[in-house]
Design a protein around this ligand. Structure first.
Ligand code: SAH
Length: 225
């Protein structure tokens, strides 16, 4: 992964502004400076190693961005790409806006709302080269929330732990119904005691069936199984 010295400095600035915002707002349970660096920032930039991240003009959506991960570290390291952060909680988006202003990040915009609604909006449906999601939902729910935003031929990246055989098995129907096929996995290990994790990469092979996403709340209440 190539991160320039300038980007490394900007990631350190992000660590500082995130700690300030998190002290006010409870954006994340991770509060120690080192833990923010490893658990949020290093964990986010791992995706830069993927082949699909090598282009410079990608249109990327981070669903359930919360306090801005993986959105903000990726936006710092890929200045030529256009990023959108989607979350249903306005106060988190306001905090991210303050962080992007402090960092002078001009390639990030925020989108307030539910995936289930925005995924039906033609401005967002089938529009993104890459959709990212960390700590949002189990795979079968996640694919229904995130799959509709992916361009046919584009990808969804899910940040996951290593032990997820059951979750993977339980996503078979969602993968078929949402035309999202598992094409790659990328294992990595974070320093100290953070351990092994993986990125799961899904390719969307055709436009999303009109049935999806279902109404707000239904993907979680009645997951595809
Ligand atoms: N990606 C961040 C935050 C994870 S917490 C990180 O890894 O640190 C999950 C976030 O997803 C919360 O902020 C929540 O508001 C948002 N979220 C959950 N379901 C959603 C939905 N259906 N539509 C939009 N946002 C959702």
């Amino acid at each position: 992964m190539t991160i320039t010295d300038d980007q490394q400095n900007r990631l350190r600035e992000l660590q500082t502004v995130f700690l300030e915002e998190n002290a006010k707002l409870n954006l994340s349970a991770i509060r120690e400076p080192d833990a923010v660096w490893i658990g949020n920032i290093s964990d986010s930039v791992v995706a830069l190693d993927l082949d699909i991240f090598q282009r410079s003009d990608l249109k990327i959506l981070d669903i359930g961005t919360g306090g801005g991960f993986p959105l903000l570290p990726l936006a710092i390291c890929k200045p030529g790409c256009h990023f959108t952060g989607l979350d249903s909680t306005q106060k988190k988006l306001d905090a991210i806006t303050r962080m992007t202003n402090a960092l002078d990040l001009t390639n990030v915009r925020m989108l307030a709302g539910r995936c289930e609604e925005k995924g039906r909006d033609s401005q967002h449906r089938d529009q993104y080269d890459i959709v990212t999601a960390r700590a949002v939902a189990p795979l079968n729910i996640l694919l229904e929330l995130g799959g509709p935003f992916v361009k046919p031929g584009g990808h969804l990246i899910a940040w996951k732990s290593m032990k997820m055989d059951t979750e993977l098995e339980e996503s078979l129907l969602a993968r078929a119904n949402l035309s999202c096929h598992l094409v790659d996995t990328h294992e990595y290990e974070l320093p100290d005691d953070w351990g092994k994790r993986q990125l799961l990469i899904f390719e969307k092979t055709s436009s999303t069936d009109q049935k999806y996403p279902r109404e707000t709340g239904i993907p979680k209440k009645n997951p595809l199984l």
